[in-house]
Design a protein around this ligand. Sequence first.
Ligand code: PGA
Length: 260
Amino acid sequence: MRPLIGTSWKMHFTATQAGAYLAALRPLVAEIADRDLFVLPPFAAIFVARDRLAGSNVAWGAQDVHPEDWGAHTGDVSAPMLADLDCRYVEVGHSERRRDHGETPDLIAAKVGAVLRWGMTPILCVGEAHHRGPVAALADVLPDLERCLAGVSADALHRIVIAYEPVWAIGEHAPAAAPTEIRAVPVGIHAWLRGHAPGGETVRVIYGGSVDETVAPLVLGQPGVDGLFVGRRALDPAAFATIARVPILPAAAPLETTIS
Ligand code: PGA
């Protein structure tokens, strides 16, 4: 599968800063032809991404969406508004939204439905809260996946991207997961998707959680990992460009291998 490598800026960058970032990024990744790339700015900077990235090899999108298309929902942003900004991807269910806004699997499922209804690709985030090994992780992740995908028909499943993001590995004070440690969960997600619907095997499962230039080649080389979802490290456009083009090291490579 073609690797999918992207970043959510979370709540970083004004529209003005976004313009400077994207002006720096675009030439740095212009020659990358064998991977799909994306950036997810905050809502207030998506129009800047559309202006700066149109015609480039970097797609753009949003970090959240309201499940309904229109109406009296002060402060919210709907899928048709994002589609009108030519968003290709919409992230749903990130652990920070579940934590800060009490998002439930039912709400996340409704958001996935809205994104699909408007022709965009949901990036559905799932991941276990605690570091207790792959069996416990899959016991948390698969039921959540099932609920968050409850409204998705077998025909539409292939239009989704799953982001596996162990909550314990996200953010500044989190320990990065060892690449070999995370492989069982994407493999288990793929198996679940294959069993869930014909075409499930074409769904890309990407990995997020303290990804940087050092771990990226090793994580990308793990079986079942079809891409990377980068947070903090991609706030530097040069670092994101480096991660976007990292070689894929085979899973058997020793963990101390570094890239030059
Ligand atoms: P991080 O964020 O790379 O800063 O850990 C990852 C994420 O939340 O997707």
